[in-house]
Design a protein around this ligand. Structure first.
Ligand code: HPA
Length: 233
């Protein structure tokens, strides 16, 4: 008695879940950061695991790329499995030149081009925002861990590829830090369904400067981001 895209039994998914886009990242974190991790989903290879981190129960589930895929998992996690806290962990392309690859962003809000987000609000624009409690806790945990973070706005797009080179100028001007593909619908759905959400990102590349993370940078910043997110269990 799972949901359409998840085969976990009721109770097998923790109240707090981390959502990386890549299911193999979910497996990597389960193998390297969690204790007693058990895989509860293999449908579509969208792996999900539940284990403990510092004694607290936590799950981690691949969301897939983009808002269409993310929305499916968020709906089913909250409606069927009663998940309360959804924390996206991922990467973004920075659109402010001051941002260095490997830096961590706590996303206060997510603007974006989600058609679903527009449809829900009859063509008007909902300001998709993180849960303040989760944001504050993440900010404090990061400080305790001596990891510096940027707090600010991001943009979620459904089109990774676009030939309009000026596309990001207006968003840069309005203070958007980086671009990714999931958080706008995550934030909107969490509110709609009565759950809480936060996105923690690392900068994988800088669209302005052309900088891109080396394998070593990626590993360090990934660990930083995971430590912050796991501390929210
Ligand atoms: N665009 C969208 N999503 C991303 C990017 C990007 O440049 N980099 C990492 N995630």
């Amino acid at each position: 008695m799972g949901s359409i895209h998840l085969e976990a039994k009721p109770g097998e998914i923790a109240e707090t879940i981390l959502l990386p886009g890549d299911p193999l990242r979910a497996k990597y974190v389960a193998d390297n950061f969690l204790e007693d991790a058990v895989c509860y989903n293999k449908v579509r290879n969208m792996l999900g695991f539940t284990g403990t981190y510092q004694g607290k129960r936590i799950s981690i589930q691949g969301s897939g790329m983009g808002m269409g895929s993310t929305a499916i998992y968020v709906n089913e996690l909250v409606n069927t499995y009663k998940v309360k806290n959804l924390i996206r962990v991922g990467t973004c392309g920075a659109i402010q030149s001051k941002l260095e690859v490997g830096e961590v962003i706590l996303a206060m809000s997510a603007s974006g081009d989600s058609g679903a987000n527009m449809a829900y609000f009859n063509g008007m624009h909902y300001a998709a925002t993180a849960d303040f409690g989760l944001l504050q806790k993440a900010y404090e945990k990061a400080k305790e861990l001596n990891i510096s973070t940027h707090q600010g706005s991001i943009f979620s797009t459904n089109t990774f590829y676009d030939d309009n080179e000026k596309r990001w100028d207006i968003w840069e001007k309005h203070g958007i830090l980086g671009v990714e593909m999931e958080s706008q619908i995550l934030y909107t759905l969490a509110k709609r369904l009565g759950a809480k959400a936060l996105t923690v990102l690392t900068v994988s590349d800088n669209i302005r400067t052309g900088a891109s993370a080396s394998a070593k940078d990626r590993e360090q910043s990934f660990t930083d981001m995971m430590k912050i997110a796991l501390a929210l269990a």
